[in-house]
Design a protein around this ligand. Structure first.
Ligand SMILES: Nc1ncnc2c1ncn2[C@@H]1O[C@H](COP(=O)(O)OP(=O)(O)OP(=O)(O)O)[C@@H](O)[C@H]1O
Length: 359
């Protein structure tokens, strides 16, 4: 099947501030109807990348291509309003003296009078149809955010750039608005580049995540892929707590208190880290000083005592002090499971969920 050509292509952009590389060789592409999330910690260069795509800042090198046409390179630099791009930032400000409908119609030829149908339809899609003649101060923060979204969508931008657009909202409201926003963006077949530092937001919104660190994209892929095949320990740790079990590779095998792990590709004598998320540890009870028998899928059990256990709402988090070297490992259980501190239990690691990295 032929691939849809990208609507937005960012080609090897680089930006320096005060002699410091803030964005280095960032490339990505976004197809119509696709949401790509630039995800990374504060200061990693996400917003700078987005501002360059928007045209409010200019790269030192690299190109921005929209629908096959170069909108910015060493020679040319189209201003934001000529790039077919919609912008939505956290500090979206509605014009307080204009009605909701007038705000949405602001960038449309003929204003609200000539575009009432489209404006009404867009507002309807975010459940604000009856607010067309209301004023911003009569709306809650979440409602205003929805107005800002449809205002950005009204001119039918081919590309929508969003910088932490939901961060001003409280948690429950945010989930709802994210879902509605996503639905409208998909219906409009908009290519979306969304900046966030929250893994949950990226997992919820993105078709593709571009994980950024120190100005570079370190990994790109579907949320499922990035979560389950992190490129390194930091990528794994960005999405959840992690546990680390250390060992040294010999003959493509590493001995640990949880049994042997296959560690191909690591030279003899290389220290390695076996990384596993808390939900992938198995907990088993103590059978008069013995644990469960080894299995090929879970390896050998290691004895631990409960350090503390907390109920987190959706799951219980249990911290264990391991007999083998007193390190703490964390396990989560999707149930109420609150063993007393000091209780001996046995842990195994799901082999198919372990990642091996050089330490
Ligand atoms: N105009 C500027 N002049 C100098 N330094 C800047 C400028 N804009 C950004 N920077 C620096 O570039 C780095 C990356 O900033 P950027 O805003 O792109 O990061 P970010 O990943 O979006 O972070 P956050 O989530 O905190 O906004 C930061 O160290 C910032 O201080």
């Amino acid at each position: 099947m032929p691939q849809t050509p990208p609507r937005l292509k960012v080609d090897a952009i680089t930006r320096r501030f005060d002699g410091r590389d803030v964005v280095t060789g960032v490339s990505l592409s976004v197809a119509p109807g696709q949401v790509t999330c630039l995800l990374g910690p504060s200061g990693c260069g996400k917003s700078t990348t987005l501002r360059i795509v928007a045209g409010v800042d200019r790269q030192d090198s690299g190109r921005i291509i929209v629908d096959g046409d170069c909108v910015s390179d060493d020679e040319r630099h189209l201003p934001p309003e000529r790039r077919g791009i919609g912008l939505m930032f956290q500090d979206f400000a509605l014009f307080p003296h204009l009605s909701v409908g007038e705000n949405v119609a602001f960038a449309l030829d003929g204003g609200l009078r000539r575009n009432r149908e489209r404006v009404g339809d867009l507002l309807e899609r975010v459940d604000l149809g009856s607010f067309i003649d209301a004023y911003p101060h009569q709306l809650s923060g979440g409602e205003q955010q929805r107005v800002a979204l449809v205002r950005a969508l009204a001119p039918k931008p081919a590309i929508m750039l969003m910088d932490e657009p939901f961060s001003g909202l409280d948690n429950r409201l945010r989930d709802d608005i994210r879902d509605r926003t996503l639905a409208v963006l998909k219906e409009e077949n908009t290519a979306v580049l969304l900046v966030t530092h929250e893994p949950d937001e990226a997992m919820r919104m993105a078709d593709e995540i571009a994980l950024m660190r120190a100005g570079k994209i370190v990994q790109r892929g579907a949320p499922y892929h990035i979560y389950n095949n992190p490129v390194d320990r930091a990528a794994a740790a960005f999405f959840s707590d992690i546990n680390i079990v250390r060992g040294v590779s010999h003959g493509a095998l590493t001995e640990t208190p949880f049994g042997q792990f296959l560690t191909p590709g690591h030279a003899d004598g290389t220290p390695v880290e076996i990384v596993i998320r808390p939900q992938h540890l198995r907990i088993d009870f103590d059978r008069e000083g013995r644990g469960p028998n080894p299995t090929p899928t879970d390896g050998v059990a290691a004895r631990a005592v409960v350090e503390r256990a907390r109920f987190m709402g959706r799951e219980s988090l249990v911290e264990f002090r391991m007999d083998y070297d007193s390190t703490i490992l964390k396990a989560t259980v999707p149930a109420v499971f609150l063993p007393r501190p000091g209780t001996p239990l046995w842990l195994t690691l799901r082999r198919d969920r372990c990642f091996v990295f050089p330490s």
